[in-house]
Design a binder for this molecule. Structure first.
Ligand code: SF4
Length: 371
């Protein structure tokens, strides 16, 4: 039994079924272990007061399997000049405001990467949902590393546990933008959202979660349908567009051949945004490929009628081999210029300056392969 894939309801059901215990004990465990990071269940007052239950949990072996945490095997953070890597899970206090990438080793020996990004008032955690990715976007190191497997729910949620209680960072925002295409692992994604949202546990509000997709159109509909019922509020949707030109987008993102821009737009029109939400459009700028005024006009036309905000990101060189086209990074001035074109067409734009790019923690740089 694994607490990292349980909500209060599902743990209550488990206790009722196997131990004739209920919500009182389930709430205590989730509160102490998941919310407070206490990794010693034998000190939880509600369990201490129920010695027979504690004995049953212990003899069934469940106490030992409560928290199957992956080991953090590497931590990288940046100083002003270059990277610092730590092997001993320690982050120097002087690195509090820096982007941090940590590598976790899963039980089968695979590795995943997660990134803690400092924001003005809190930290955002970028989590992985797969080991590798099968979508093959041309600009992405994860895509180039190939697909190994989906992560389980607990492998996804353990990234937050480790960030909060091993690395001791306060995290308020989760973005599903690490390794993998989240909608390609939909069942575990949906279960993770429920576990992360559990008010007695991780307690991350839906509005503080963002799911990023390259445009798996049928799964966008499935995700919308699965979230509408249980959620009054919904996580944010981010879609990686990168070009509103069919040919250019297909050359960057193979998924566009299967689900072309027009189909994607229809799915976005039907995505249930609440009054206070926008769909986030991710647009990575590549020099002389998708950064002209004409590219901005096409994007503005494509987004007309959608409630969106465009996040502009400069390309991070991801060291991909076997590329059919050469991808070049842009200057900061190109980002400003493209933003001003879009603004002229009435599009709400945010310029995102690549955090962590100099030590491969930036967008498109995470990789399943340990170097
Ligand atoms: S950008 Fe996202 S969907 Fe595309 S290959 Fe990389 S991880 Fe996969």
């Amino acid at each position: 039994m694994n607490l990292l894939d349980k909500t209060l309801d599902s743990l209550t059901q488990h206790f009722q079924l196997h131990y004739k215990k209920g919500k009182y004990h389930a709430r205590a465990l989730i509160r102490e272990i998941i919310k407070n990071g206490n990794r010693n269940p034998e000190t939880i007052p509600e369990l201490v007061a129920s010695p027979e239950f504690l004995r049953q949990l212990s003899s069934s072996g469940e106490l030992d399997s409560f928290l199957p945490l992956p080991d953090i095997v590497e931590i990288c953070t940046e100083n002003l000049d270059n990277e610092i890597c730590a092997e001993n899970n320690q982050i120097n206090n002087s690195h509090q405001d820096r982007t941090i990438k940590f590598v976790s080793r899963l039980q089968d020996g695979q590795h995943i990467e997660s990134v803690i990004i400092p924001m003005k008032q809190y930290n955002t955690l970028c989590v992985s949902t797969q080991v590798g990715c099968r979508m093959g976007c041309l600009f992405c190191a994860t895509g180039a590393s190939g697909f190994q497997r989906d992560l389980t729910t607990s492998e996804i949620t353990s990234q937050l546990f480790n960030a909060r209680f091993i690395l001791k960072k306060s995290i308020k925002n989760i973005v599903f933008m690490g390794m993998g295409e989240p909608l390609d692992n939909l069942d575990h994604l949906i279960q993770s959202i429920a576990v992360l949202n559990e008010p007695h546990g991780f307690d991350i509000a839906h509005r503080h979660m963002t799911i990023s997709t390259c445009g798996l159109v049928p799964r966008i509909y499935e995700l919308a349908a699965s979230l509408i019922k249980p959620c009054l509020t919904r996580p944010n949707l981010a879609v990686s567009i990168n070009s509103a030109d069919q040919e250019i987008r297909s050359s960057l993102m193979p998924i566009n051949r299967k689900y072309p821009l027009a189909q994607l737009r229809k799915a976005l029109l039907e995505w249930p945004v609440t009054d206070r939400q926008l769909i986030l459009i991710e647009y990575i700028l590549f020099k002389n490929l998708n950064d002209s005024q004409e590219d901005a006009r096409k994007l503005a036309d494509y987004l007309a009628g959608l409630k969106v905000r465009v996040n502009l990101i400069g390309y991070n060189y991801a060291n991909n081999r076997n590329r059919s086209i050469s991808l070049q990074p842009v200057e900061d001035s190109d980002i400003h210029k493209f933003a001003s074109y879009l603004e002229k067409y009435g599009i709400f734009v945010v310029k995102r300056w690549g955090k962590g790019a100099n030590f491969k923690a930036g967008c498109g740089q995470l990789s399943a392969k340990k170097e």
